[in-house]
Design a protein around this ligand. Structure first.
Ligand SMILES: Cc1cc2nc3c(=O)[nH]c(=O)nc-3n(C[C@H](O)[C@H](O)[C@H](O)COP(=O)(O)OP(=O)(O)OC[C@H]3O[C@@H](n4cnc5c(N)ncnc54)[C@H](O)[C@@H]3O)c2cc1C
Length: 391
């Protein structure tokens, strides 16, 4: 019944949860501390692939698991409790996978889905441009038809992990006539093509995630176009909705909530006022979790996530950022002498003070970007104001 959320699981869901726990236990035993960002996930990724669980959100015929909404929910919670990624990391499975599944030709699916599912390629997303972020439809990177190719010239910015990517899925302008959305086309661009250059941007957390990518007469075969020419906006909108549903950060906030009290106790920062604020935040998180469950239930019944995804992204961002702020507050002076290199996989640098103080400070700094990436807080508020409140 719509509006009623059942919070206990059926017998078959409980059995599924046991099988998931047994699988996860092989990598992180019961009672062991959850993995942190520095751990090597190679064995876990191999196990996910061997089991066929590496892309559980994709449709079954594109490599997904065909799990129910409840099963997906169980999987996400059980993996996050042990610090294990719930799917292959990066934008392959999470972002271009659903687009290929929904809009790709049989040839494009055959070319790109197998290497994505076996973790052999890296993808990046080339949407934003200087001056075209929130107002994405104003993008100017031009693609001009020339024989069997498009010739692409222009610039993308804030491109996460472009420096490690083999392929970019991006939006280009193929026409300036009529509505600006109607002149946009969706292309898959081989990052090794002549004329592609990647320029690093180092962020406040001291890490290199972001880049500026320039295109100087880059030839892209027409066969790399997803959908028809001018249909790029429709293709991208499907992906943006998908992106937003994964952006409530509930699993991450639950993980932070589990560890915050213990961390504060270690440094005697667990004053009554601090603990009261943790409890307030946990209450907000519980409400968000139930909202996410309701969205899941609606999507199982065939409804599109729609405006709820804006609300989830906005509220999820506020909550996860509040948790990271409380970690920094608990870390006190140990939040200051941080070493960005400490977060690199395999790093054996020794911190001053507890390790969590350093890792959580990096997470706090990195987490500021959540208010912008994937659609800014202000833009999400606008959507909620217009479509929920009718303002
Ligand atoms: C960490 C990170 C990773 C990213 N990764 C990628 C990526 O991989 N690929 C990619 O293509 N892009 C990526 N982006 C870019 C991201 O999508 C844009 O930054 C975002 O859409 C905002 O656009 P902008 O930066 O141009 O800011 P602008 O759109 O110029 O916004 C500036 C400010 O104005 C406000 N504003 C704008 N329009 C309105 C409005 N109509 N009403 C009220 N306020 C408004 C915004 O909220 C913001 O505060 C990433 C960004 C970050 C921070």
């Amino acid at each position: 019944v719509r509006g009623v959320v059942k919070l206990d699981f059926s017998d078959s869901d409980a059995a599924f949860r046991e099988s998931v726990r047994a699988f996860c236990r092989e990598h992180v035993p019961d009672g062991a501390p959850p993995r942190d960002v520095r751990s090597d996930q190679t064995a876990w990724k191999r196990a996910l692939i061997a089991r066929g669980w590496q892309a559980y959100r994709l449709p079954a015929d594109a490599g997904g698991t065909n799990w129910s909404a409840a099963e997906k929910f169980i999987w996400e919670r059980e993996t996050s409790a042990r610090g294990l990624p719930s799917q292959l990391p990066g934008m392959g499975v999470a972002m271009i996978g659903p687009i290929l599944a929904g809009f790709g030709s049989p040839e494009q699916k055959a070319q790109h889905l197998p290497p994505i599912l076996s973790d052999r390629v890296r993808w990046c997303q080339g949407y934003s441009e200087p001056g075209s972020g929130s107002d994405l439809a104003s993008l100017r990177t031009a693609a001009v038809h020339d024989g069997p190719d498009y010739v692409v010239t222009g610039e993308k910015i804030w491109t996460s992990n472009a420096h490690e990517a083999d392929w970019m899925f991006g939006l280009v302008r193929t026409s300036s006539e009529g509505k600006k959305q109607a002149g946009i086309t969706f292309l898959l661009i081989d990052m090794r093509s002549p004329g592609v250059a990647v320029h690093p941007i180092v962020t406040i957390d001291g890490q290199h995630h972001l880049n500026r990518v320039t295109f100087d007469g880059v030839r892209v075969p027409e066969a790399n176009r997803i959908g028809s020419e001018g249909q790029g906006w429709t293709v991208a909108k499907g992906l943006l909705t998908h992106e937003r549903t994964g952006l409530a950060f509930v699993s991450l906030s639950l993980h932070l909530a589990r560890n915050l009290r213990g961390a504060a106790r270690e440094l005697s920062a667990d004053t009554p006022d601090f603990l009261r604020r943790v409890t307030d935040l946990e209450t907000e998180l519980r409400a968000l979790e139930v909202t996410e469950l309701r969205t899941l239930a609606d999507s199982t019944n065939g409804a599109a996530p729609g405006v709820q995804s804006s609300f989830l992204k906005l509220k999820g961002t506020i909550i996860v950022q509040a948790f990271t702020e409380m970690f920094v507050e608990a870390a006190g002076p140990y939040a200051a002498p941080w070493l960005p290199e400490i977060a690199h996989a395999g790093s054996n640098l020794e911190p001053v003070g507890p390790m969590w103080a350093h890792l959580e400070t990096i997470r706090y700094l990195n987490g500021r970007a959540a208010s912008i990436a994937g659609g800014s807080d202000e833009v999400q508020r606008d959507i909620v104001a217009k479509h929920v409140l009718g303002l």
